[in-house]
Design a protein around this ligand. Structure first.
Ligand SMILES: [Zn+2]
Length: 109
């Protein structure tokens, strides 16, 4: 998982711990959570945060991003079918050329 969602969830936990939302703030008369309520709020917020984290994790496992732009492409040589990680070298030892496996057009029979 990328760090973005983790920071978002951490921010959400901090927000829930120290600040009240709309209706709650209106009825209690303050947006700030009193000191003695913080441990309870923090426990609740952590629980919600962990649930969100697990949901994000499951979604990421079920629907992996098909093309990660940060990841170097995997190369395949169509002539000898050798596969290698991107290392900047395109010519293959067999005389063929490595191509990006994602953009390569497969020939049917
Ligand atoms: Zn080759």
């Amino acid at each position: 998982m990328k760090m973005g969602p983790i920071f978002a969830i951490a921010g959400f936990i901090i927000l829930l711990t120290f600040f009240r939302g709309g209706i709650e703030a209106a009825t209690k008369g303050s947006y700030l959570v009193p000191f003695d309520e913080i441990p309870v709020r923090f426990t609740d917020a952590m629980f919600v945060g962990i649930v969100i984290f697990i949901l994000c994790w499951i979604i990421e496992l079920r629907y992996p991003r098909p093309l990660d732009p940060n990841k170097e492409p995997t190369l395949v040589c169509p002539k000898c079918e050798k596969v290698k990680e991107w290392d900047g070298m395109l010519p293959c030892k067999c005389g063929g050329h490595f191509e990006d496996i994602q953009t390569m057009k497969w020939m049917d029979g």
